[in-house]
Design a protein around this ligand. Structure first.
Ligand code: ZN
Length: 292
């Protein structure tokens, strides 16, 4: 059932695990996310970016979600930018919105986040904000340190805004890393101890299983995943195309006779073999399997 994201995360904090938050952008990725959750008995958060279609992807998510009534799930606008986008997501039935003002000074971030909290809470929608700044992997070594979240600021920010959960910068990065990811577990432990609300980790892809597992056990309740899921889908697609072209080693006679798959089947199969498998790996790593 579609639920306010805060309920899923509060439950995760209680249970000491994290809910996987894969980016979705079309029917195949939405189905793969729900199938992963269904197979493992896990809650799931679908993250939709503005560029992925607020209304259309939201509509697909709710259509598919209705066919998985036992799965507790949330629909979240990822990196909400302009005010209009956030309002559109609320109108489209999202159960959570992220307001990302992490590149603004503290004061502006706090004022704009509080405004969204007031509006969203009036209709039971969760708000995620970001303090500190999680940058892009290509500039990891240049931007990592300056972006880290300060505990005292985080405490003041939560108090001022009334936000439901907070994305913190503890050494992860969006996209592929240039350099080796190095996480600040002491900082995360401090933040997790000081703040009652659940914490979110952006930039899960490429961070490494050991780092992610430790981050979850140190106090992260939502992990965003995008790059690696897309890459896994690409790899599976490449295999499908190679089978079609007769240049791939095929695992079975079945696979070989199925060379002329229809496009829709090919897209679904490759998404299941790539995206879904990778996502299931992370659901288990975050310890959220079997929690429903
Ligand atoms: Zn992010």
């Amino acid at each position: 059932m579609l639920e306010p994201m805060r309920d899923l995360l509060i439950e995760a904090k209680r249970g000491g695990y994290a809910v996987a938050a894969p980016n979705v952008w079309n029917k195949e990725s939405v189905k793969a996310a729900f199938n992963a959750a269904e197979e493992l008995g896990a809650p799931i958060i679908l993250d939709v970016g503005y560029a992925m279609g607020i209304e259309e992807t939201g509509e697909i998510a709710r259509f598919v979600g209705a066919r998985h009534p036992r799965i507790p799930w949330a629909l979240n606008l990822d990196h909400g930018g302009p005010f209009e986008h956030i309002i559109r997501a609320i109108r489209a039935g999202y159960s959570s919105v992220m307001v990302d003002r992490s590149q603004l000074p503290f004061e502006d971030n706090a004022v704009q986040t509080a405004e969204i909290v007031r509006i969203a809470h009036a209709v039971g929608v969760t708000v995620e904000a970001e303090l500190g700044h999680v940058g892009q992997g290509v500039e990891y070594e240049k931007t990592r340190d300056a972006g880290l979240t300060h505990p005292e600021e985080a405490e003041a920010f939560v108090e001022r805004t009334g936000v439901d959960c907070l994305a913190v910068a503890v050494g992860t990065s969006h996209g592929a890393y240039k350099g080796t990811p190095h996480l600040e577990f002491d900082l995360l432990e401090t933040l997790s101890g000081m703040l009652e609300i659940p914490l979110v980790l952006h930039g899960g892809s490429g961070t490494g299983d050991d780092n992610l597992h430790r981050a979850v056990k140190t106090g992260i309740q939502k992990v965003n995943l995008y790059t690696e899921l897309g890459e896994a889908w690409f790899e599976a697609l490449e295999h499908e195309f190679a089978v079609r072209a007769g240049t791939a080693e095929v695992a079975s006679a079945d696979e070989f006779t199925n060379v002329k798959k229809k496009p829709a089947q090919l897209m679904e199969d490759s998404c299941r073999d790539g995206y879904q498998k990778k996502l299931m790996h992370y659901i288990e790593l975050f310890d959220s399997a079997g929690r429903i």
